[in-house]
Every structure is written in C-alpha cells, then in structure tokens.
Design a binder for this molecule. Sequence first.
Ligand code: ZN
Length: 122
Amino acid sequence: MTKTRIVKRSCGHDEIETNFVSAEIAAKKLCKDCWAKAQAEKNASTAASHNLPELTGSEKQVSWANDIRETLRLYIEAAEAGKTTGGPPVEKCLPIMANTEAKFFIDNRDAILKLEKKIIED
Ligand SMILES: [Zn+2]
C-alpha cells in the first residue's frame, strides 16, 4: 500500500504527497498547479524575449511544445555561434521555429530533441 501524507508547499498550498522526500525538500517545492503556472509563465517570457510566436493547443500541449521548441532555439543559437557538431544547418531550422502549432513540435520531438546532443558545451 502506498503511504501518503499532506505537505505544505512553498506557495502555501497543501498537497498530498506520495513519494517521500524529506519534509524540508517537500516544503521547498511548489504545488502542482503553481508549478504548472510558473512553468507557463517561464515559457511565455522565454518566447517573448526571443520574439517567438505563441503556440496554440491545449495548455498541456503548449507547455510540452515550448520545452521542445526551446531545445531547437538553443541548438540554433549554438549553431550560429559555431558551437555544434553535425546536425542540420541553421537555414533549415529557422523555418521550423515559425510553426505555431504545439502539435507540430510534439510530433517532431524525436528529431528536435536529438539536436541537444549536437550542441558543444563550453
Ligand atoms: Zn500552490
């Protein structure tokens, strides 16, 4: 049987927790709703600061697609700086960034997420 307990998150909300971590760690985390909200805000601000179009789809799809698109954005940034090994040329990636459908990024996630390995870390 799974043990559960109620913990108070850093946002002040109570949440039922099933994986036991220390009370200290549990209290530092946001509850699921606040985490999703924070994640969406982070994605929106990343998109805004890089002039990316807003994605369309369900809240869940958009959040997931934003993470995938961020990988592509980082790849392009690295490729422009000559910090990639292999991988497609920037000219091929830029039109992909213009897609606004969350579903597109999710459907192509395998190809896009692979690009992360092509980035040369400093
Ligand atoms: Zn909360």
